[in-house]
Write a new protein. Structure first.
Length: 192
């Protein structure tokens, strides 16, 4: 029997192996009785979620339509009754999209003023790329407020949150100078 003892002051070994089985490398894996992958969900103490391919879902829906008692069929197949109903509804509404990724393209909230976005992107590119200046949140915010005043946009609030979302939408990251070089960039030799 494999027992773990506490360390005492006289420095006894941590493991005391007193086993009727011979513990050599060949029999060690066999003597350990770990749960199989099928029982892994019970071992972890949580429910194991299963993914079904679209073909299996279609097969389950077809077989479920022949049974009169859906709840008994679902229990027998170990599939939730609500899942079968949802799959059936999805198959009836869009049979060609059944089982594909349901995320729709361009389904988010529309921009109120896309011209503001275009102006800010152009201004940002000229400042950062052409003039090689650092652009801060407050600089973006002041430019957006100026543009809104010129266009008479009173229904938009240019807050720090708006600027953060603008940067996230357009994949703009905040950069910080972490190292100054001692040479000017014109003095560098080009390495190919």
């Amino acid at each position: 029997m494999l027992m773990i003892r506490k360390r005492e002051r006289n420095r006894e070994p941590l493991f005391n192996i007193e086993s009727p089985l011979s513990v050599n490398i060949e029999n060690f894996n066999e003597s350990l009785q770990l749960p199989s992958l099928a029982n892994q969900a019970e071992f972890n103490g949580r429910k194991k979620y299963r993914n079904f391919s679209p073909e299996i879902k279609r097969e389950i829906i077809l077989r479920a339509s022949t049974h009169s008692n859906l709840s008994a069929f679902a229990a027998n197949e170990r599939v939730g009754e609500s899942n079968i109903r949802r799959w059936k509804k999805e198959l009836e509404t869009n049979p060609e999209l059944f089982g594909t990724n349901k995320k729709k393209v361009n389904c988010g909230k529309r921009l109120k003023h896309p011209d503001l976005e275009e102006f800010l992107i152009k201004w940002f590119n000229t400042m950062r790329r052409e003039k090689k200046l650092a652009v801060t949140y407050s600089m973006l915010q002041s430019q957006a407020i100026r543009f809104c005043q010129n266009q008479d946009y009173s229904d938009i609030n240019i807050s720090k949150g708006f600027i953060c979302k603008f940067m996230h939408r357009n994949k703009i990251v905040k950069r910080k100078i972490t190292h100054y070089s001692q040479k000017d960039s014109s003095q560098f030799t080009q390495v190919i």
